[in-house]
Design a protein. Structure first.
Length: 243
């Protein structure tokens, strides 16, 4: 199995341009963050990017419209990372129908517990959009087995008990958790939070089926010129291809 490269970007006024850069330089799936005023899982870099996007006037409707207008220009899959309040405000069924209309592969909802995610899944069963499961380091084996049995798309394993952007301080049991998850499922098991360097990628993807890189990508897209960012993306892709 090819190791998955899943970069995260903020859904801002430049997100389509950024998606194209990622798509052309090794991304398998792009995770698009929907800006939200109270993001409980986001670290300072992504939180600042979200606040800036809100000030720009970006809404979920803007993101849907941009994806609709440009979906034929993007070759890789893309998922939305959004908080449940946005879905409820939009209307659950309407939200997921619109996701399907604009080509969204899956949705990650970090503030919705597994049990409520399954209830939501039942409501939208006829819509071809996957609900991506998150597994925390605090989950015990019984809960992991329950999540794995109902997971779809890929399983997103959180590398630490913290918000995004922490620098490589991974949970000491991370690799054991990844091995346990992989032993009980055929879908990819990826890891994210705090992966910032090529060394982190090598270390984590040696066990995981792929990596999610968020804060580092957001920072580089906002600060670096495209040449440096593309070089980093290609390094990640080459590293994953060698594992």
């Amino acid at each position: 199995m090819t190791k998955l490269f899943i970069p995260y970007i903020m859904g801002n006024k430049s997100f389509i341009k950024n998606m194209k850069i990622l798509d052309e330089n090794g991304a398998d799936i792009v995770e698009i963050g929907v800006p939200f005023s109270d993001p409980v899982a986001d670290g300072p870099i992504i939180m600042e990017a979200g606040n800036h996007a809100i000030k720009e006037g970006v809404t979920i409707d803007y993101i849907f419209n941009e994806l609709s207008n440009h979906k034929d220009e993007i070759n890789c899959k893309y998922v939305l990372m959004t908080y449940y309040n946005i879905i409820v405000s939009y209307g659950e069924e309407a939200f997921f129908k619109q996701c399907a209309n604009v080509g969204v592969y899956g949705v990650i909802i970090p503030d919705l517990p597994h049990e409520l995610t399954q209830k939501l899944k039942a409501k939208i069963a006829k819509v071809n959009v996957k609900l991506i499961s998150l597994v925390a380091m605090t989950a015990d084996d019984e809960r992991i087995n329950k999540i794995v049995k109902q997971a779809e798309g890929f399983i997103y394993t959180v590398t630490m008990n913290a918000t995004t952007g922490e620098n490589g301080t991974f949970h000491p049991q991370l690799k054991d958790k990844l091995k346990l998850l992989k032993a009980h499922t055929d879908i990819p098991v990826v890891a994210g939070f705090g992966i910032r360097t090529i060394e982190h990628v090598k270390d984590i993807a040696d066990v995981a089926d792929g990596v999610v890189i968020g804060s580092e990508i957001v920072k580089r897209l906002s600060q670096d010129d495209n040449v440096d960012t593309i070089h980093f993306l290609k390094q990640v892709r080459e590293t994953l291809d060698m594992l």
